[in-house]
Write a protein that binds this ligand. Structure first.
Ligand SMILES: Nc1nc2c(ncn2[C@@H]2O[C@H](COP(=O)(O)OP(=O)(O)OP(=O)(O)O)[C@@H](O)[C@H]2O)c(=O)[nH]1
Ligand SMILES: [Mg+2]
Length: 390
């Protein structure tokens, strides 16, 4: 049987220069390297590149201990690749690690000024290459900067308008370079969430109020951005631009310190990258009449995902298929979809039970995925996340 592929999910965070992208990445990664993180969460986050690990962790320690901030990102975009590696259990190494004990999340960071500036020569080439890579992500997050909302109090619409136009113009300008012969893309982020960055600065704004602010003040501009994105993708009905909202804050900033233990929404990043797209893609594949090529791409990871949750089979009331034979490839695809669907539909009580039992069985991957789903539910209950129902 062919080796199972590792699940690899990509996330791209878009935002103007200074909107908090690099600080967000550092605040995501730093705490995962602190003592006790692996034990508490039953997984470790391991950067694939030692240099990247050092650089991002250095940003984190700089903020935490010296109140120094990362410099504005210049010249190049970078894909930071992290392995999410499941714990081995208390006695360690008794079970060999397989691709099922690991998934990978790739986080794309880029210089915010790239959207706002005319570039030429080498840097223009790097920009195209950078955006080509960013725009193969599973989820895109568009940042709205709370600091800018505050500085533009009373004329938030002007800021939001200009922001969405910058995104739109940036994407439109790249269209020729990113599309091959002008043909719309199949693989393209189909979920474009809108995030309030530096949400700590606006403590009274919950995610519903944030959504209303964006739609109320700049709904038409968001619609224009949506059109620009639609024109780049095949089957644009399977697209959610500005349907999901989230609040993010990397730390509490005071004149004396940067408190990186006070974060908002950061614990939702992995669940957003690794679970949310499956929910959405399955729903679209089910409810829309999509061309085979698009459906296949949307579901391409479902089988891998399904193999990750096979430890949950007992709970899912799906009969364990035994070794799946290659002749049954089609059957296995259907079964995978069914399994993932059952997982996606599980309510909170069931998920809590799954997590408990999976921990007892030391099936940490199943436990972590159940936890990620619970985190999304908790994010909604806390008014930090607003998921689209479409
Ligand atoms: N209050 C608050 N301020 C933040 C937060 N995140 C970032 N900042 C501030 O915003 C500044 C810019 O953050 P960066 O992460 O460097 O911004 P960027 O989006 O990477 O900018 P470019 O690299 O130029 O594209 C930081 O130096 C902080 O002063 C946050 O969560 N809360
Ligand atoms: Mg940066």
């Amino acid at each position: 049987m062919a080796a199972k592929k590792m699940l690899e999910q990509h996330i791209a965070v878009f935002g103007e220069s200074g909107s908090g992208k690099t600080v967000l990445l550092s605040s995501f990664y730093g705490p995962t390297q602190e003592k006790g993180f692996g034990d508490r969460n039953r997984y470790d986050v391991v950067a694939d590149s030692r240099e990247q690990s050092k650089a991002v962790y250095q940003n984190y320690v700089g903020m935490r201990d010296y109140r120094t901030l990362p410099e504005s990102t210049q010249f190049a975009s970078t894909a930071y690749s992290f392995k999410i590696q499941m714990a081995q259990g208390p006695s360690g190494g008794q079970k060999q690690q397989t691709s099922h004990d690991t998934m990978r999340v790739v986080w794309h960071d880029y210089p915010g000024e790239w959207f706002a500036k005319d570039l030429s020569g080498e840097e223009a080439k790097r920009r195209v290459a950078g955006f080509r890579s960013l725009l193969r992500s599973d989820v895109a997050i568009l940042l709205v900067d709370a600091q800018q909302l505050i500085e533009n109090e009373g004329q938030e619409h002007a800021y939001l308008k200009s922001l969405f136009h910058t995104y739109r113009d940036g994407i439109a300008a790249l269209q020729d370079d990113i599309l091959d012969d002008g043909a719309p893309l199949i693989r393209f982020p189909r979920i474009w969430m809108i995030a309030l960055s530096k949400a700590d600065l606006l403590p009274d704004l919950d995610v519903h109020a944030f959504r209303d602010l964006v739609i109320g003040k700049a709904g038409a501009d968001l619609a224009q951005l949506t059109e620009a994105i639609k024109s780049m993708v095949q089957s644009p009905e399977a697209l959610a631009v500005g349907d999901d909202f989230v609040l993010l804050s990397s730390a509490k900033f005071t004149p004396d310190e940067i408190d990186l233990t006070e974060r908002i929404g950061l614990d939702l990043i992995l669940p957003i990258a690794s679970v949310l797209p499956f929910e959405r893609h399955l729903r679209w594949a089910d409810t829309m009449n999509l061309p085979a090529k698009v459906g296949k791409d949307l579901l391409s990871n479902v089988e891998v995902f399904s193999s990750l949750i096979s430890g949950l089979l007992g709970f899912l009331a799906v009969k364990a298929p035994g070794p799946v034979r290659p002749v049954a490839a089609l059957l296995s695809a259907i079964l995978s979809k069914d399994k993932v669907e059952r997982f996606i539909r599980m309510g909170r009580d069931k998920l809590e039970e799954v997590e408990r039992v999976a921990i007892a069985r030391r099936d940490y991957l199943a436990a972590v995925l159940a936890r990620f789903r619970l985190d999304l539910e908790a994010g909604e209950a806390d008014d930090v996340l607003l998921r689209s129902l479409r």
